[in-house]
Design a protein around this ligand. Structure first.
Ligand SMILES: CC(C)(COP(=O)(O)OP(=O)(O)OC[C@H]1O[C@@H](n2cnc3c(N)ncnc32)[C@H](O)[C@@H]1OP(=O)(O)O)[C@@H](O)C(=O)NCCC(=O)NCCS
Length: 373
């Protein structure tokens, strides 16, 4: 196999010979090999706890019918969404992340002082700086943690999970928080019917811990794959508010501090890439989609998830869809879907679960997990 170096999360190889040839790394392997760790140098990690939080206020399709020219029928048919949760004024991403984080830490049987790293995947930080990670660290009292925000839009959670997991796998830290949290309502134009029906607010947090002494078999976080493709930038973006177009009277009057998207381009890319990255990650382990117990993808649109699942030949009972209740909460969708699946008894210890995401950028991610809690 020949691949571009650094294109995926194949952080070293066991069982294959790796040669660097310019920008391209050639991996001569028995099949497509395991990831990880020069000769097993990395520790295995797992999701030790998972918790989510959504603000109490609900915005239904009927509410939106009163705000823009839309209908419950259109929204449900085109997106699968019935309602979404929206914060009250003054509530920010770090507030939602705090609730999810404290619950996850308690569930893991830890205290905030046990957390050494906080990675927040968010597109709606409380402020450009300080980072939301700093705000969460202070709000939960994680006195020993460092951390950072990670901008990967709707791939925020898969990227944060991989980043946190690799830091724990390296031996640098024992317990990390990977958070996906967004207050999308802060950057949504509630006069634009093409986008305002899609998004909601929410947060999810997992504690990622080392699996010392429990490493028999493929338990925990098995592998990951990620891509970025900046050519897709214009298809989904917030045009102003950054260094290119700082806030000005013109940007505000032009409504440029809101999400703009070419829905069909995003839709097609998401379906194609979700299938591609999932098959690639599974193939690396000699697996096919039929080996999965559960497929938990980013929840952007019911039709995207169903189309990707159909391409992967996955039956409906192995696909988690909960977009109906939350809309697209960007960084929070995958933890919200995992948590609902767990509550319903669909996600069980020992299940082989594939997480997948596509987001603005474009960003693409997949994480393969043997569920351990
Ligand atoms: C946004 C999305 C739901 C639109 O669905 P679609 O089937 O592509 O619909 P179109 O954009 O082609 O619009 C079809 C018609 O519905 C209209 N429409 C758009 N939003 C509407 C709404 N909320 N209510 C009623 N009509 C609406 C359009 O104006 C258009 O009307 P026209 O035919 O008269 O021009 C869909 O493209 C999508 O989900 N894309 C991906 C978005 C996404 O996942 N973003 C986040 C990625 S992480």
């Amino acid at each position: 196999m020949v691949r571009k170096a650094g294109r995926t999360g194949e952080a070293g190889r066991a069982g294959g010979v790796v040669r660097r040839v310019g920008e391209v790394e050639q991996v001569e392997a028995a099949g497509e090999v395991n990831r990880v760790g020069k000769a097993g140098a990395l520790r295995r990690t797992h999701i030790a706890a998972l918790a989510t939080y959504v603000p109490p206020r609900v915005l239904t399709n009927a509410d939106l019918e009163k705000m823009v020219d839309t209908s419950d029928e259109w929204i449900l048919q085109r997106t699968g969404i019935r309602e979404r949760h929206i914060v009250d004024r003054g509530v920010a991403t770090s507030d939602l992340a705090k609730e999810a984080s404290l619950a996850a830490i308690a569930q893991a049987g830890l205290t905030p002082d046990d957390i050494e790293l906080i990675v927040v995947g968010t597109t709606t930080p409380d402020t450009i700086f300080p980072s939301t990670a700093c705000l969460v660290q202070h709000k939960i009292g994680a006195s020993r943690a460092w951390g950072f925000d990670l901008g990967a839009a709707c791939s925020g959670f898969t990227y944060a999970l991989t980043a946190a997991s690799q830091m724990v796998a390296s031996g640098a830290h024992r317990h990390a928080l990977a958070i996906g949290a967004d207050v999308m309502s802060s950057i949504i134009d509630y006069q634009d019917r093409a986008t305002c029906v899609l998004f909601g607010d929410g947060a999810g947090a997992v504690v990622v811990s080392a699996l010392d002494g429990r490493s028999a078999g493929d338990v925990g976080i098995i592998d990951f794959a990620h891509e970025i493709d900046g050519s897709g930038g214009p298809a989904l973006c917030m045009p102003a508010g950054g260094s290119l177009r700082p806030a000005s009277r013109e940007t505000v009057e032009g409504r440029l501090h809101y999400v703009k998207q070419d829905g069909q381009t995003v839709f097609k890319f998401a379906v194609r890439k979700t299938e591609e990255i999932c098959r690639r990650l599974l193939a690396r382990h000699g697996l096919t989609p039929s080996d999965l117990n559960l497929f938990v993808s980013h929840q952007a649109n019911r039709r995207i998830i169903e189309s990707a699942a159909a391409r992967l030949d996955l039956p409906a009972d192995r696909v988690v869809i909960n977009i109906e209740r939350y809309g697209n909460t960007t960084g929070a969708t995958i933890p919200l879907a995992l948590n609902d699946a767990r509550a319903d008894g669909r996600l069980k210890q020992g299940d082989l679960v594939l997480l997948a995401s596509v987001g603005a950028g474009f960003t693409v991610g997949a994480v393969l997990v043997r569920w351990s809690i």
